[in-house]
Every structure is written in structure tokens, then in C-alpha cells.
Ligand binder design. Sequence first.
Ligand code: TXA
Ligand code: MG
Length: 324
Amino acid sequence: MQHRLRDTQILGTDDASIGRAAGILRAGGLVSFPTETVYGLGADATNGEAVAGIYSAKQRPAFNPLISHLPSLEQALVQGNFDDRAKQLAAAFWPGPLTLVVPVSAECSVSDLARAGLDTVALRVPDHPVAQSLLSAAGRPVAAPSANLSGTVSPTCAAHVLEGLGGRIDAIVDAGPCSVGVESTIVACMGGRPRILRPGGVAREDIERVVGAIGESSHAAGSLLAPGMLASHYAPRAAMRLAASVVQSGEAVLDFSGQLSSGSAVAYLDLSPDGDLAHAAANLFAFMRKLDASGAAQIAVAPIPRNGLGEAINDRLSRAAADR
Ligand code: TXA
Ligand code: MG
């Protein structure tokens, strides 16, 4: 698909800039904005043509449905049919790094294209003051995947967005680095027991504390429930070698809690010398980019615990390591 090139404005977070960004969205343009998870690439979710611009800017396969962002729980409730457990999860974690997939409501204004023709809709109320002001000013659901070219590492600061999408989108609202650093946890609430479709910024343990035991994650490539969950995703150029216990020659090292030695490494970064999984999640994508930029052919990654945010971190790492 041919994509129209344009000047990409870098906007601040003052009222005038937010007003300008909202105006671009309402006019059908493409604006990257910060959330606490990653930077999103936003378009008016109710405008199919605007949403088509997201797919072409990202070079994303068009069968992949998008998350629609709302500034408040009340506004999200209008778009979908929430069962009791969906309501409990929304009350517990919104605003926050949680996306709920629910059946569309009769009033749902999200375009068919943003839902990829499904009769369900993915909704999220982000916990970021700048995202909330922008969404309020836009006055409609804003569809937004992560603001990167399809298949590359998600952006956690404005410079990452510019690197991948500069010249392809209308504006970037720069509010500094994202605090969570991995995408939202996606939970499907379709009447039965809720299911995690993608691990993310809310830990499974915290979700189970609210709604009890939940269904297994669906990691399978091509799964009908989460059509966007391609096995190879979040990929750096370098090969990734997971659960490394020693460093091989020529490798860059992505360590956790000082398990690997920096001695012979081409480049070395520790996601969290203190072993803090939240810090590790916040650093993950930026560190993958930095190690990739070292030019090393392979990145050795230390084992990372699987509890809490470790589930999302391990999920992203195994996608980055998958055959492409
Ligand atoms: O943190 C995040 O979730 C970021 C920020 C910008 O909100 N967004 C994000 O979006 O990661 P994206 O497009 O990269 O991932 C959305 C995922 C895809 O895997 C897609 O298949 C799934 O959500 N999804 C969207 N709508 C769905 C639906 N109706 N049913 C099942 N899966 C859906
Ligand atoms: Mg993405």
C-alpha cells in the first residue's frame, strides 16, 4: 500500500499543543501520543479512512484489529457490553494498562475497520494525564496500536516513534518516556470465564485477585481470538538467544539482576541490577533497541523470572527470538 508522506510535527503537552493534536485527530490525521505502556499511533476510531491510515503508516496487515482508547470508564462502557467480570476488571484497573475485549454495544461508534470486522471491540482507558487530555479533547474513541512499523520493537519514547514513523504521520505528542514500558494486558470477557489474550502491564496474579482463576493465555500464532498475536513480533535486527547462562563471543548482553558477565560482551545492559521486574519492563524495549544498535549479530538474554510482570517480559522476548 502506498503511504502519503507528510511533515511530522513534534508537539509538547501544553493546552495549545493538545488542542492542535486533537484537531488533527478530528480531521482524520495520525497522531502518536504517550500512554503509560508505550506510545500509541492514534486515529479517529469512528472514521474508517483515518483508521486505514494507521495500517498503511505501520505497514500492518489489515486483518489485525486495534484497541480503541477512551478518557473514562463511563465513556468506555458506552462502546461495549460489559458482563459482571468485565465491570469488576474495569473498576479495578482503569485507568491503567488493561485492555478489555467485549461484545460491541448497539451504540458502539468504533468503525468496522478498527475492529477488523469482528463483533467484539478492544477498549482501554489509559492512565496517563496527557493521553487523557488528548482523548477528552478528541471527543471520540481513538484507535491506536503501538507507534512502530509492524513487527519492530514498540516505542517507549518520542525518539523511537520518530525513528520508525517520521515522515509517515502528522504529529507526535512528546511527554517523555513511558513508565510501564510493555503493552497493556488484554483480557477477553465474552460471557464465560475471562481469558488473557496477551500478557502485559497488569500481572495475571492481580487480575485473578479480582475475578478468580482465568483462562490460559492464547499465544498461538493465527489464533482467532487474538488475530494480532503473530509469533514473530517486537523483533530487533539481531538474533536473540534466551535464557543464556554464559556469554558467547561477539554477543551483546541483556542481563537481569547481574547474572551474566559484561567482560567479553560487545555491549552490556542490565534490565534491573536490583532484580525489580517493573524496572525491567520499563527498560525492555529501549534496551533491546540500544543493544541492536551496537551492531552485534546476536543478543544473549539472561533468564527472567516468570511471575508478575515477568510473564509479559518473557512473552515479548520469546516473540523477539521467534523465527522470522
Ligand atoms: O499498551 C497497549 O496495548 C498499546 C497502547 C498504544 O494502548 N497498544 C497496543 O496495540 O499494543 P496493538 O495494536 O499493538 O495490539 C493490539 C492487540 C492485537 O494483538 C490485536 O489482535 C488485539 O489487540 N485485539 C484488538 N481487538 C481485538 C478483538 N476484538 N479481539 C481480539 N483481539 C483483539
Ligand atoms: Mg504493537
